[in-house]
Design a protein around this ligand. Sequence first.
Ligand code: MN
Length: 331
Amino acid sequence: MSHWQKMISYLRKNGELIILVHEKPDGDCLGSALALGLHLQAAGYRPTLFLPEPVPLTYDFLPGQELIKALEKGEQLPEAQLIVAVDCADQSRILYSFPEQASAQTPVFNIDHHCSNTLFGDCNIVDPNAAATGEMIFHLLKESGIPISPAVATCLYVAIIADTGSFTYSNTSAETFHIAAELLELGSDMNLIRHNLYDRRPVLELINIKLTLSKLQFTEDHRVVWSALSHEELASHNLLHTDTDSVLNLMRSVEGVEAAIIFRELEPGVIKISFRSQNQLDVNCIACEFGGGGHARAAGCTLNGDLSTTIARVINRTQEQLQKILTKGGD
Ligand SMILES: [Mn+2]
């Protein structure tokens, strides 16, 4: 039985299902979820995507927004025949409690590409080799035999460019390009994507880049670079919801740097840490040690505590791990 058949086996004709994304959804997460929703709708089902926050401005152009419903964080989800979690490494990243039904709990379908995925679903489709969850959704939708619409192709293309840094990260494979080519043939709207992703940068993102770079610090050997912004700094510049990908990529690109880390105190005493590495350090391992996760070259975690103590802890651990690799490498 194909994954598609397995998924729709839980659904009656016209059946309602819930699609869930993770907190602060990125382009891969939203693009994948909307593509899946639009395709299931075309197949005769009734999907709803629940979000506790407004759609991030960067992605408000994606087709399928009408499938999104606002629901407060922590609220109980309505009854449905199936829940599909998209791009979520673990259940705690989903912001809702699952519905309790008298008969049985709603089955959960877990579609993801994080190597830290906890396999929390009743059915888990997890492929850490996929560059983006969008690649996995592409294969899933093809199994349906229903043609992929231009709107779905647009969502999937955005999903893939988001997680591959527009085909520049090391996760980009020949398969990624095969899929992208097919999405173009299927009518993904390149003008819409180009305009919205490359020519419409929020001014706050630039302010965030400026502020983050102004606080850059390096370890003595220059292999680790980091920057930290306190809650006060973030709040006073209205940067609490700003995307940090662009500045992290800049930091990682500095010659000789192996790891780039950003510390953001999102609430007083609550610090969100984002890691990127160049080509040796497995930052997923480090993030996992601190209760987070992600991918080998991009991961994150959240720690409670004082900012400077947290920085010292994380930087020390990163240096230790890096030292291990360098020793093993024999130089
Ligand atoms: Mn992803």
